[in-house]
Design a protein around this ligand. Sequence first.
Ligand code: UN1
Length: 484
Amino acid sequence: MTVHKNYIDGKWCNSKGGKTFTSLNPSNKKVMGQFQASNSEDVEDAVKAAEKSFHEWSDKPAPERGLILLEVANLLRKNKEKLGKLVTKEMGKVLKEGLGDVQEAIDIFEYMAGEGRRLYGRTTTSELRNKACFSIRIPVGVFGIITPWNFPIAIPAWKISAALICGNTLVFKPSSDTPLCAVELVKILEKAGIPSGVVNLVTGSAREVGNVIVKHPRIRGISFTGSRDTGLYITREAGLKKVGLELGGKNPIIVMDDADINLAAEGILWSAFGTTGQRCTACSRVIVHKKIKDKLEKELVNRAKKMRLGDGLKKGIEVGPLINEAALDKTKRYVEIGKREGKLICGGNLGSKKGYFFEPTIFTDVKVNNTIAQDEIFGPVLSIISVDTLDEAIKAANSVKYGLSSSIYTNNINNSFKSMNKIESGITYINSSTIGAEVHLPFGGVKDTGHTREAGWSGIDEFSHEKVIYVDYSNKLQKAQGID
Ligand code: UN1
């Protein structure tokens, strides 16, 4: 079996602790490879390498950094098929989504390459004569990038591309469920010409690696996507680092009585059962107007029952496995709770024991405050809640602690504008699914999802400081605020 290494200071190396762990294909539990179970010494080496390379990298003109990022995009495109299949094997999502994961990475590397010729600051006026005021972008320093398994290529790409174009160097700790995707991504970064020490990959556990990165005194920034609990831990432990957090959701789709029901059903199923419900943006709550509840429910159940569950590499499969045993157990646990809280109208069972499969599951007559309508399950479980008015629907949508994505299906312009303003979330879709955010727009949430933004133009804010410059060309001491 191949033993994959860390990548520190431009060299592929073993962990100093000599321990390894394995990653499994969730469709068949076959081992994908062995990886370094790194420790604090490895993190220290990675930080040293990142510090050493910082000046050379950040002094390089941003358009030149951009050219290297463009080469990363080109190499990703050349290897899209191979990497897409790897995503499906290691993470489980069906192949068309595995390819989408890689496409999202191509898109963000291209976008951030272009940022090399923008990195905008602002110019403004001064209170005083003969004085210029403007801002420039400066890098933060060494960044810790801690990423989840559900978008094993795309999410590292969002963060790494933005960190690099802003001139930071970094230590990258991927999820231990998808380390092979991370290794392959870093190989592409290496091949594209990222200089030694700029990107350092350290695989291993949250306790031995993630935790050390979060607390490390010489790491200046953290960008993390994952659970709310870990986000809270990072908030407490990261000290005064610049922290970006994206922490999950309980995303609603409101369906009004004037909506196109077929369109809504299609969007709901894609949002709820695409990626087996394992997206932070996945829809887990349908909030439907009472008048059309029965009709929508029937449509959803008919279609969900036809969705084929299985190995995502096989043709015709629409729903892949959950990521691991723990995710399967969690889903089972919530389905048991759901049976007490609502009415099970679809699924509810394990799929083939060969992998971590669970059927697309729908509960109806769920109450706003029920556990299955409040907790993030991160599996293929959908709750239907019915309401009488749009105001009631918006109140229900906002009843959870999270606020990432949301959607409303309606053909009434007043309903849609009211929802855009009143739903508490970082993203609201009108007549579309809750998933599929595009990389050139800011991504992030409100409330317990976290309040920072990444990707798009906001990716630049996450990974740089805006520094202000005052140039006084009056040849005398001028005092602001009207002081003579
Ligand atoms: C996530 O699940 O954390 O909008 C990211 C989407 C994808 C990204 C999801 N582009 O669903």
